[in-house]
Design a protein around this ligand. Structure first.
Ligand code: DAH
Length: 386
């Protein structure tokens, strides 16, 4: 009644133009439904067909041109996504007469299916290309000679420490560890170094607060061990210590000590001498002699420093021992009764000896290294020599 009925016309019941969409991201606009002289809209199947062919052709060209999977995905979004030309046509379907809707819907769906199939085929082709390239690049030539694995090796400090540990373990000692961040009490007070003691000046350190500090000596480990109340004690305790020292050839703000402690009944200075003489022989050679010089440490009484005969010249005197024939290696003494008492050990019943060895000093002597800084610089050319 309204239109000249041509063959296969889609009637449109609305007055507004139903679809004005951006097709495939290009600048031209489509009007798949056209206005008649009566003001109604119609659209012919052929015209729609043409439009769909155009959309498909454009989609196929873009699929072909996509250089990788990401680009292909962009094509999928631009062609089939919310803003794609096909969606735009589907959106306009509400304005197509009920009679024509299934037909046009089917045409759009077919076009969509074709584009999807092309996308999928292209995706598969791309994926297999990527896979092939990956397999090619990962081919392993098993006939090539193997790469040599560079295995690191022990630091001179560690070699010296392990040797010392082995010697003491062989004499029945246990290796224990103490905390590096320590209470003033364990580092000083319980070792007979009260707040105003001059020995505290010699061991200035780094404070976390007034009461907590970085330990200046592994002797603090003695106190922890004694507080456990298990006697006899036979322990060595290696570890890092800290002092507010400037770096030079013989000083570092952080270095290592090995502490020793033996507590039992009826321990004598002869036990101390015998133990350390035996240790020195094993560490520096069977001919090594030891010499004890009186000294003072607040936590031992009597106290001594021990020298070993120069293992370079055998005691005759050389550049190594600065002509004296002796090399100082440790401090030691009989544990002060007050120190025992403070840690809850009865000095009437028990006594013992203690010693402290500077680990770096042993490593420097053993490997004839004349500058302590070399031990910390991590220069591979230096470390490779050990
Ligand atoms: N703690 C001392 C220091 O750092 C070394 C030392 C000397 C430890 C005598 C001892 C000892 O156990 O008995 O200088």
């Amino acid at each position: 009644m309204y239109l000249r009925r041509r063959k296969r016309v889609a009637y449109v019941t609305s007055f507004k133009c139903p679809v004005i969409g951006n097709v495939g991201g290009t600048a031209d606009y489509v009007r798949p439904f056209q206005e008649t002289e009566t003001g109604r809209f119609f659209m012919e199947d052929e015209q729609m067909n043409e439009k769909l062919e155009q959309i498909k052709a454009e989609a196929m060209a873009k699929i072909k041109a996509a250089s990788d999977l990401d680009a292909l995905n962009d094509v999928r979004v631009s062609q089939l996504g919310k803003k794609g030309a096909l969606t735009s046509i589907l959106k306009g379907m509400k304005d197509v007469s009920a009679e024509e809707r299934p037909k046009i819907g089917q045409m759009v769906n077919e076009a969509r299916a074709e584009i999807e199939a092309a996308l999928e085929a292209q995706k598969k082709a791309m994926e297999s290309k990527v896979r092939e390239a990956k397999m090619k690049s990962e081919v392993i030539d098993v006939t090539l000679p193997a790469k040599k694995l560079k295995v690191g090796h022990k630091h001179p400090n560690m070699i010296a420490l392990e040797e010392m540990e082995d010697i003491f373990i062989g004499m029945g000692y246990e290796v224990v560890e103490g905390p590096e961040v320590e209470k003033d009490y364990y580092n000083f007070e319980a070792l007979n170094i009260p707040a105003d003691h001059p020995a505290k000046d010699e061991q200035d350190t780094f404070y976390v607060n007034g009461d907590i500090l970085l330990r200046t000596q592994t002797s603090s480990a003695q106190v922890h061990e004694m507080e456990k109340g298990r006697i006899p004690i036979k322990m060595i305790s290696p570890g890092r210590v800290f002092r507010a020292d400037e770096v030079d050839a013989t000083h570092s703000p952080s270095f290592h000590q090995v502490e020793g402690l033996l507590i039992d009944e009826h321990v004598t200075f002869a036990d101390l001498k015998g133990t350390l003489a035996e240790f020195s022989k094993e560490m520096f050679g069977a001919d090594t002699k030891v010499k004890f010089r009186p000294h003072h440490f607040p936590f031992t009484e009597p106290s001594a420093e021990m020298d070993v005969s120069c293992f370079k010249c055998g005691g005759k005197g050389c550049r190594f021992c600065k002509g004296s024939g002796w090399i100082e290696i440790l401090g030691c003494g009989m544990v002060h009764p007050h120190v025992l008492e403070m840690s809850g050990i009865d000095p009437e019943k028990y006594n013992g000896f203690a010693f402290g060895i500077g680990l770096e000093r042993i490593a420097l002597l053993k490997y004839e290294i004349d500058d302590m800084r070399l031990l910390y610089e991590n220069d591979i050319r230096f470390l490779n020599q050990f």
